[in-house]
Design a protein around this ligand. Sequence first.
Ligand code: TRP
Length: 378
Amino acid sequence: MDVSSDAPTADIPEADENELSTEATAHRSLDRAVARSAEIEADLVRDAGAYRVLTGDRPTGRLHLGHYLGTLANRVRLQDLGVQTMLLVADYQVITDRDDAGPIAQRVRDLVTDYLAMGIDPGRTTIFAHSAVPALNQLMLPFLSLVTDSELRRNPTVKAELEASGGRPMSGLLLTYPVHQAADILFCKANLVPVGKDQLPHLELTRVIARRFNERYAGGKTVFPAPDALLSQATNVLGVDGHKMSKSRHNTIDLAMTEDETAKQLKRAVTDSDRHITYEPERRPEVANLLLIAAEMTGRAPEEIAAEIGDGGGGGLKKLVTEAVNERLRPIRTRRRELEADPAVVEQVLAAGNARANEIADATLAEVRSAMDMVYTS
Ligand code: TRP
């Protein structure tokens, strides 16, 4: 590490600067996060009411099976356990790595439709878009004062996103969006954030910002509690081509697909020439992935499903997977179509969620102003 370029600003003590992971400490901090996450997972069942969760998605397209198994089903589980949940439609975050946000309004409505269809209950979960919550965005200003440019530049997730954006120069928003994400989490004082490993650097930055704010601007009083990560234990399913399930690869199975579209998509799935179906993730990754999808959809073991298909080959496997997916998603899709037929419902849910998020954000910003002695009129 180039120490000279990482020199802390005058009033950020060196020890504090070192709180953020360098590559050397990343492993240790991952181990810590895994252990802490397991502790919290056990406590959640006992004391759900003690937690406020914030999670969210960028509205970049329709939700698919990868999202469903990776994060969505778990959100519904947390909600149903009685955890207070804030669900963010991260619309400003769409423009971190692309010039064109696409048909953003439609995508926001689609995302909320997907949420409601799969069991997010707006009576218990606040669904909101961060562009609709001015006070949340205003927190970005004091928060930006708490981080250095070198801390921002060494965020491994931002670096990876820059590389993936195909020679695009780093925009100010791409560099600073982890600070915006800290505002997403801290505006509502969430103490738990369900994340994948790629989001851990952002969560670590959020913890540092919370701590520095309390020390520097609030005289050591806890205005912002430091949130913990809840690491997902979900099975990672791949797309029908055996690669990471992602919209840009056209290999997804979307919640919004019809049963025929699902069958068509699965017909394209890559398998191999051995007609005898076995579950061997190392040797037969594509076949194993399809078995895993069927297993996740039915709650059965992949080995048992393989044995049942036996010599049925790729065709038999795809047929079984298609039925399993369609059966599991049927109620979600039915609900989805009902919601699409009545767009006012989604709009009302978003309006109510935005209003609630604004109440919370206004209260937090008032507290921040007062901590920073920036209240000039009564
Ligand atoms: N970065 C997240 C993603 O791409 C979305 C997100 C925005 C988020 N703000 C957040 C997730 C705050 C957790 C907490 O999926």
